[in-house]
Design a protein around this ligand. Structure first.
Ligand SMILES: NC(=O)C1=CN([C@@H]2O[C@H](COP(=O)(O)OP(=O)(O)OC[C@H]3O[C@@H](n4cnc5c(N)ncnc54)[C@H](O)[C@@H]3O)[C@@H](O)[C@H]2O)C=CC1
Ligand SMILES: Cc1ncc(C(=O)O)c(C(=O)O)c1O
Length: 307
C-alpha cells in the first residue's frame, strides 16, 4: 500500500505533483538540492490547491506536503520515491546512488523521465525490479494521464502496483508495452514539434498562426476524438490518399533544428528566461499561468461531464 511518497526535484514538475498527491491523502516529502527551488515550490502550493478545488477534486484523507533540504529525511520510510530531476542520465544516476542505501527493499523508485529508456536508468540502482517509469504531463496537477513504463528488469507487479495506485487517485494510467525512447506521449508530441519548428524555420507560417492552426484545428478536436478514432472519422481511404504524397514531404531531420540552438545560445529559453519563441513580461507570465490553468480546468470539467 502506498502511503508515504518522496519527490526528489521541485522544479517545473515537482510542486504540482506534490499538491496532487497530497490531495489524494498521501504523506508527501519534497526535496530539492536548490534552496530557491524549495522556496518557490512552497509558494506554489496555495495556487495548485486552488486549481485542484476548481477541478472539484475533494481531499481523500489528511494528506500533506513537507519540504526538506535533506534527502535522507525525504526518503525515510517512503513507499514510493518519484525522481524528478533534470533529463540527464548522470544527474538521475547520482540521485539513485544517493537513495540506494536509504530506502527499503519494498520501496518503489519511479522516474518522471520524459523519455530516457527505463532499462538505461534502472542500470544505476541496486533493486531494478522495483524501478519503473511514471511519466506525468505538465502541468501535473491538471493533466490526468500518466504513462507507466517497465524496463527490462522491472517486475510486472511493480507496474501493476503503480497502475493501480494512479487509478486509486482518480487519474488515468496508460501502460506503455515497450520501453521505446520518448514512450508514447512524447513520441507523438515531438513528431508534431519537429514539424512546426521546420514550418516556421522555412517561412511557411508565423509562430502565432501555427499556434492558432493547431490549437483550434487538430488540438481542439483531439481532446474529444483520439488520433486512432480520428482515422475512422476521416476515413482510412482519405488517410491513405494523403499519406501517399505527404509522408515523403514531412520533416524527418535527425538532429535539432538550428533555430532552437540559436535561441538557446542567445539565452532565450522561453517562459523561464522571459523570451523564447515569444517575449513575456513577468506580469504576463503570471497572467498566462492563471489563464491557462483556468481554461484547462474548464475544458477538463466539460470533457469529464462535470460541467
Ligand atoms: N517540464 C516538463 O514539461 C516535463 C518534464 N518532465 C521530466 O521531469 C523531470 C524534471 O523536469 P522539470 O521539473 O521540468 O525540471 P526542472 O529543471 O524544472 O527541475 C529540476 C529540479 O531538480 C533539481 N535538482 C537537480 N539536481 C538535483 C539533485 N541531485 N537532487 C535533487 N534535486 C535536484 C533542480 O534544482 C530543479 O529544481 C525531467 O526528467 C523531465 O524530462 C516530465 C514531464 C513534463
Ligand atoms: C516540450 C515538452 N517536452 C516534454 C514534455 C513531457 O511530457 O515530458 C512536455 C509536457 O508537456 O509534459 C512538453 O511540453
Amino acid at each position: 500500500m502506498i502511503e508515504r511518497i518522496a519527490i526528489i526535484g521541485m522544479g517545473t514538475m515537482g510542486p504540482g505533483m506534490a499538491a496532487r498527491l497530497a490531495r489524494g491523502g498521501l504523506q508527501v516529502s519534497a526535496y530539492d538540492v536548490a534552496p530557491a527551488a524549495i522556496e518557490r515550490a512552497q509558494a506554489m502550493q496555495g495556487m495548485a490547491e486552488g486549481v485542484l478545488d476548481s477541478l472539484g477534486i475533494a481531499a481523500t484523507g489528511a494528506g500533506s506536503v513537507r519540504f526538506t533540504d535533506d534527502i535522507a529525511v525525504a526518503v525515510s520510510g517512503a513507499d514510493l520515491v518519484i525522481e524528478n530531476v533534470p533529463e540527464k542520465i548522470e544527474i538521475k544516476a547520482e540521485v539513485y546512488r544517493q537513495i540506494d542505501g536509504l530506502v527499503s527493499a519494498e520501496t518503489i523508485v519511479a522516474s518522471d523521465t520524459s523519455g530516457i529508456p527505463i532499462t538505461q536508468l534502472q542500470a544505476h540502482i541496486s533493486n531494478p525490479a522495483r524501478f519503473v517509469g511514471m511519466h506525468w504531463s505538465n502541468p501535473p496537477h491538471i493533466i490526468p494521464m500518466i504513462e507507466v513504463i517497465a524496463g527490462e528488469q522491472t517486475a510486472p507487479e511493480t507496474v501493476h502496483t503503480i497502475r493501480d495506485f494512479i487509478r486509486s487517485l482518480g487519474l488515468l494510467p496508460v501502460v506503455v508495452k515497450k520501453d521505446v525512447p520518448g514512450f508514447v506521449e512524447n513520441r507523438v508530441l515531438y513528431a508534431l514539434l519537429r514539424e512546426v519548428v521546420d514550418l516556421v524555420e522555412r517561412g511557411v507560417i508565423e509562430p502565432e498562426d501555427v499556434d492558432t492552426c493547431v490549437s483550434w484545428g487538430i488540438g481542439y478536436k483531439l481532446a474529444v476524438v483520439g488520433p486512432m478514432a480520428l482515422l475512422d472519422m476521416a476515413g482510412l481511404d482519405i488517410y491513405n490518399s494523403v499519406s501517399t504524397f505527404l509522408n515523403a514531404d514531412l520533416a524527418d531531420r535527425k538532429d535539432v533544428a538550428p533555430m532552437v540552438g540559436q535561441k538557446i545560445a542567445a539565452g532565450t529559453l522561453g517562459l523561464k528566461s522571459g523570451e523564447g519563441i515569444y517575449s513575456y513580461t513577468p506580469e504576463r507570465i503570471t497572467e498566462l499561468q492563471r489563464e491557462r490553468a483556468r481554461k484547462l480546468v474548464a475544458i477538463r470539467r466539460i470533457l469529464e461531464g462535470t460541467d
